[in-house]
Design a protein around this ligand. Structure first.
Ligand code: GDP
Length: 302
């Protein structure tokens, strides 16, 4: 239900346009496909992905001898799911350690919803009975530490922090020690999101990761890049930058409720090869959903 609600804008915009096309064309032809291509590009599915999709559709329409445009609609969903899932092997599931500490590092530029996502995830894992700790690794942005503390209080989990301007790597060291001594199940780590200086960003992430790796072999178990869906193609650019800076294992796409361009999910997976693990569908604690490609694609049309 949440999923469907959060996708309302994208669905309305996308399926209305497709419905309109179906009504206007009735019979499948070259012009129909051309207009369909435009509708998909407007939904930010990504040019490469749209071309692949249109090719697959044309092939399928021929193979099944489909003449009626109304029959194309279900083929679109089918092929979108196929394209999404053919992206690569890495799964949308979180790499959670059984009976051991799982460390998740969050990266992304300021304002995308990193802190909110950490709060929502802390809530989710706590509700599952896990002991969760937060690490205030964004020591750079004014107010970032306090904001994380607000979430910590709201959710009822401890935040490991130092003062503003302190060394993020030192905060991580503290956080890892605290997680070990408190026998935490999950450590969620915030990081600074300044993109203005790519070299600094890379150095800082590198340093933070090294501390975590040294203290816990195999960690961090996930590096989640948080992206704001409302920024559309900009989100793709950010992904490229962060991919160069560190090994991103998954994406959290926030603010899907505030955009008609939810197709960006498919573009990111298909063009950059990183699975979306969660989507943010609102500002509240439980407005976070595990990503499910079928639910998502069928949510675009249902
Ligand atoms: P950060 O700078 O990356 O830590 O971003 P914040 O977590 O502070 O979020 C920035 C703003 O986006 C806040 O006003 C959040 O309430 C809002 N926000 C975060 N996630 C979502 C979401 O999924 N949907 C909506 N509508 N707003 C969100």
């Amino acid at each position: 239900e949440k999923f469907k609600q959060g996708l309302t804008k994208t669905r309305n915009s996308f399926s209305e346009k497709v419905n309109d096309l179906v009504a206007r064309y009735r019979e499948v032809d070259e012009d129909f496909f051309e207009e369909l291509e435009d509708v998909m590009i407007q939904a930010d599915i990504g040019v490469e992905t749209v071309m692949e999709l249109i090719d697959k559709l044309k092939f399928e329409v021929k193979r099944r001898n489909i003449k009626d445009t109304s029959e194309v609609q279900s083929v679109i969903s089918e092929k979108l799911v196929e394209i999404y899932e053919s992206g690569e092997e890495s799964s949308a599931e979180m790499n959670i350690q059984e009976d051991a500490l799982t460390v998740v590092l969050f990266v992304g530029v300021n304002g995308v919803g990193k802190t909110t996502t950490i709060g929502k995830l802390a809530h989710k894992y706590k509700a599952e009975g896990k002991k969760v700790l937060l690490a205030a690794g964004d020591t750079f942005r004014a107010g970032a530490i306090e904001q994380l503390e607000v979430w910590g209080e709201r959710v009822g989990v401890e935040v490991i922090k130092q003062g503003a301007g302190s060394d993020p790597a030192a905060v991580m060291y503290d956080a890892v020690q605290a997680a070990k001594s408190r026998k935490a199940d999950i450590l969620l780590c915030d990081t600074a999101g300044r993109l203005q200086n790519k070299v600094n960003l890379m150095k800082e992430l590198e340093k933070v990761k090294k501390v975590i790796e040294r203290e816990i072999p195999g960690a961090p178990h996930e590096v989640l890049l948080v992206l704001d869906a409302t920024t559309g193609q900009n989100a793709l650019m950010q992904t490229k930058t962060f991919k160069e800076a560190t090994d991103v294992s998954g994406i959290v796409l926030t603010k899907l409720d505030g955009t008609a361009k939810g197709g960006i999910v498919i573009a990111i997976r298909n063009e950059l090869g990183i699975p979306v693990k969660f989507v943010g569908l609102g500002e509240q604690m439980d407005d976070l959903q595990e990503f499910d490609s079928e639910q998502f694609v069928y949510g675009l049309f249902a």
